[in-house]
Ligand binder design. Sequence first.
Ligand code: ADP
Ligand code: MG
Length: 384
Amino acid sequence: MSSPPRIIQPPLVVVGSANADIYVEIDRLPKEGETLAANNGQTLPGGKGANQAACAARLNYPTYFIGQVGKDNFANLIRDSLQSSGVKLDYLGTVAGPTGHAIVMLQPGGNNSIIIVGGANVSWPRLDGGISRLNEKAQQLIRRAGAVILQREVPDSLNIEVAKIAKVSNVPVVLDAGGIDSPMPPELLKNVTIFSPNETELARLTGMPTDTTEEVLAAAAKVQLLGVQQVLVKLGEKGSILVNKDEPPIVQPAIMAPYVVDTTGAGDTFTAAYTVALIEKQPPAEALRFAAAAASICVRTKGAIPSMPDRRAVSQLLEEHPAKEMKKVIAKFIEQVNISGSDEAESPTKRSNVNSPKKVRFHDFEDEQKEKSILGQSVQPVSM
Ligand SMILES: Nc1ncnc2c1ncn2[C@@H]1O[C@H](COP(=O)(O)OP(=O)(O)O)[C@@H](O)[C@H]1O
Ligand SMILES: [Mg+2]
């Protein structure tokens, strides 16, 4: 008897940062020359690249991480964490100097101060005196990937190199806008398939407000002028919007968690889960729902990597929130903001089939969710 054909999944490749995050809980910042006792301290693996790779691997998608650590014990922390999430580490390099790390000073009232040591994340020398920062094997991996995810915690020049290699091989590139907030190099955006900022990053990048649906769509349209086909905006507990050129935008409400413990890593989870669904050829609306479910689970547990769900947990949550229920909420939302209805001439977002939405604030939509939970759903809005 012949065995069924093996389906070969093209790997997901995450290129980016890996960090040790050193958390210290303090009542106040130390004064100059002062030694201060912290109330608590903990060191956890993190960095946006490592977070996203860990998330994709936990979702049981074959995932490689291209990154660098230094020669110290933080490297072991990162290695162990990625390995136990199932990430393939064949392309994790070791360079001289420290592993990237961050000292996160948690102060009462949520006033956090952070010091970052870029270390191995920012030391990507050009190889053999040439222009490339990636060896031939890593370049080949990118060429045969199902998709590549980038963020902005490694040098722009590395991201540009990766995005260009991917583009000529028709490999979709998802750029998460998180990381340093220096101006976005046009050469990077031009070579990206999906650009995914949160509302703050989108506002900073475009210099435009992003408080209402209309404003988000207008800002996303401005980014598209720079050569990106799709903009996937993450809006925290308000959900997300996918703006695709020449198509009406798709909105996805957040799948509200019954309790929120820590939103660290929600955006990384969302980006990674969306990309996994994209490679698996789920339609965009389904991929958004999948990502919202994964991120909703992430906010229920402390930390980034420790809070990322496996495939079963996501499937279970999606079963509790069937698409047809979500569709009702989305349909009502679209009706309210009139995303594809009116045709006011001056709208900055006016395009052939994406007409100007009314200026409706997102909290109107959140009220919808409240109404939904009152109607007997297990979803519950929470205050943060
Ligand atoms: N309180 C929450 N409850 C449920 N889901 C959430 C919550 N906060 C965020 N999410 C989900 O996580 C996604 C990403 O979060 P967001 O805060 O927008 O990203 P970032 O971490 O980059 O700022 C959101 O689009 C939403 O689906
Ligand atoms: Mg946020």
